[in-house]
Design a protein around this ligand. Structure first.
Ligand code: SF4
Length: 313
């Protein structure tokens, strides 16, 4: 992001250019980014984006409608924007936004708000359109995909049933495609979800299950709401029902207060769970997230010690 904006700001010397940034932006980040970008906004403010651009004299179909005295169709939310796909075989479908979990290192619940599930009919419509166009790899996206439906209990189907509908559609379609999802939370990973993945060939046998740490005390301080034993039961359930499954995870190294022994517990579970892939991040405090109040006391050189990381895999 920093290298990109430096390039764009140079372009501004000889071309009219408006730069903007969005995503998970905390108030502290907003102040910082406003020094670099013309417009900074949270995803929730996307419907106001045409208005923001209008203040810079940019004419969009939306602002033309306004200037003609007509009420343009407003953008309700990001789910109602027709996506432009950059690939003709791989696509992503947002199914859920926000998070109710409040892990202490994470800004998402503050920047994206609480969990909101997209109507399953819209998800199925988008998926069917993609399959009609011969897309092969489709990923369901959300901060907590497997909490899908929890915010609309009794009015919306569960994540397991959404997968089941996709699996049934796949069987009836006679087409080859694979549906992935990311990211799920171990707390909401039920045997039913694993059973459904095992039952339908169109549901990819690849499960991304972030653990973050292999030490229960660290998991409590992270407020992950699962412990190693619960996570182990899920992995064993996957191995039993889908022996061929590939399993990915996320790990944070050098979380505030992490001891060498706690780090070693993470190394142990890396071996035990035989991950096919892991996204390993060095802990860094996000201003505004709860853990930012605690000392970032694991030295950078130790977090960055890749002689240890290589032995892990
Ligand atoms: S790490 Fe994931 S589960 Fe935890 S607060 Fe952030 S988005 Fe939610």
């Amino acid at each position: 992001m920093y290298s990109q904006i430096a390039k764009w700001n140079k372009v501004k010397n000889h071309r009219h250019l408006i730069t903007f940034i969005t995503g998970c932006i905390l108030p502290y980040d907003k102040e910082k980014f406003l020094k670099l970008f013309d417009i900074v906004f949270n995803m929730a403010d996307l419907p106001k984006f045409p208005e923001m651009l209008r203040q810079y004299g940019v004419v969009s179909p939306y602002s033309l409608e306004l200037s003609w005295g007509r009420e343009p169709d407003s953008i309700k939310d990001t789910w109602h924007i027709n996506p432009h796909y950059s690939s003709d075989w791989q696509a992503f479908i947002p199914i859920q936004n926000g998070c109710d979990k409040f892990c202490t290192y994470c800004a998402v619940p503050y920047t994206r708000g609480r969990e909101i599930s997209r109507p399953s009919k819209e998800i199925m419509d988008e998926l069917k359109t993609l399959v009609d166009k011969d897309y092969k790899s489709i990923t369901l996206l959300g901060q907590n995909v497997n909490s899908y439906g929890h915010d609309k209990r009794g009015h919306e189907i569960s994540f397991a049933n959404l997968l089941r509908q996709i699996g049934e559609f796949g069987k009836a379609s006679g087409k080859d495609f694979w549906v992935y999802f990311t990211s799920p939370h171990p707390r909401d990973m039920t045997d039913e979800v694993i059973e459904v993945i095992a039952s339908y060939p169109h549901l990819a046998k690849q499960i991304h299950l972030p653990i973050q740490s292999g030490d229960d005390k660290v998991l409590i301080r992270m407020n992950r709401q699962h412990n190693v034993e619960k996570y182990r039961r899920i992995i064993h359930s996957i191995w039993r029902r889908i022996p061929e499954a590939t399993i990915f995870t996320d790990i944070i190294v050098g979380f505030t207060g992490e001891t060498t022994e706690q780090f070693e517990n993470t190394r142990k579970i890396m071996h035990e769970f035989k991950y096919n892939m892991a996204y390993i991040a060095q802990y860094s405090p996000r201003p505004g997230a709860a853990s930012a109040r605690w000392a970032d006391d694991v030295p950078h050189t130790e977090k960055n010690d890749d002689s240890i990381s290589y032995q892990m895999i």
